[in-house]
Design a protein around this ligand. Structure first.
Ligand SMILES: NC(=O)c1ccc[n+]([C@@H]2O[C@H](COP(=O)([O-])OP(=O)(O)OC[C@H]3O[C@@H](n4cnc5c(N)ncnc54)[C@H](O)[C@@H]3O)[C@@H](O)[C@H]2O)c1
Length: 227
């Protein structure tokens, strides 16, 4: 039996390209589904099909983890789940703080799907005195001034910005000063952070614009076909 092992580039998550890291949760979801179906081993083709990616891309992605496929047998589903979960930090729970609990922040705090990914909304913070002290999704909203104490007490390293764009930089600065080292920014503003702090920006309007672009092209193509 030949064990196929590809060594890690540098043995750390930093050695894995961002695009691969972004696909790892998709593989994990596909592996979870296979486990639920009672499947214990799977080929890269099966896993790729379940994950909706090209098999060559999947094999390349898994090679960054040190792929543990067995020739003729495939991947051990349970072990691969463990490997991916470990790589993306899902073997431990991560407490996050949401800053800005208006429409979006409240909705995010109520979302049940984070917990299955090891993400726990541990604290809610807002600048509006009318919101501070209220309870949303079972969590009492704290004042922005309490952010350093909250981050320290709960050992929070991830913060979500759901404030208006005009407040985003100030909030990012406060999160970083409090000790947060990863930020998910929903506000429509770019924020500057020091080295060592990771920021990811989510912009649903850009995603929708991309779909609108494809719709426009489809409509254009239809015209050409129909002409
Ligand atoms: N990225 C996306 O895809 C996406 C989608 C929807 C909304 N948004 C953005 O998310 C943000 C929130 O949207 P919303 O509809 O929830 O707005 P909202 O007005 O309902 O809520 C904003 C909240 O932020 C609080 N806030 C303002 N300044 C603050 C500060 N300095 N510190 C802490 N809290 C502060 C306000 O008190 C309020 O509770 C906006 O910037 C909006 O543009 C992004």
């Amino acid at each position: 039996m030949t064990i196929l092992r590809t060594p890690l580039a540098d043995g750390s998550a930093r050695g894995i390209p961002d695009a691969t890291v972004a696909r790892l949760p998709v593989y994990l979801r596909a592996l979870n589904a296979l486990t639920e179906q009672g499947v214990s081993t799977c080929s890269s083709n099966d896993l790729a099909e379940n994950a909706g990616v090209n098999p060559a891309k999947l094999r390349k992605d898994l090679s960054y983890l040190g792929s543990y496929g067995t020739r003729g047998v495939g991947y051990d589903v349970e072990y691969l789940r463990y490997q991916i979960a470990r790589e993306i930090g899902q073997t431990q729970d991560w407490d996050v703080v949401i800053v800005g609990v208006g429409n979006l922040g409240s909705a995010l705090s109520a979302y049940q799907g984070f917990s299955t990914r090891g993400i726990r909304v541990a604290a809610l913070v807002d600048a509006d005195p009318k919101r501070v002290g209220t309870t949303i999704s079972g969590i009492t909203v704290s004042s922005l001034d309490d952010l350093p104490a909250i981050v320290e007490e709960r050992a929070i390293s991830i913060g979500i910005i759901a404030t208006p764009g005009t407040a985003a930089q100030e909030v990012a600065d406060r999160l970083v000063a409090a000790g947060v080292t990863s930020i998910l920014n929903f506000a429509p503003a770019l924020v500057q952070v020091p080295d060592g702090v990771d920021v990811r920006k989510v912009d649903l309007s850009i995603e929708l614009q991309i779909l609108a672009y494809h719709e426009q092209r489809k409509a254009g193509n239809d015209k050409v076909v129909g002409a």
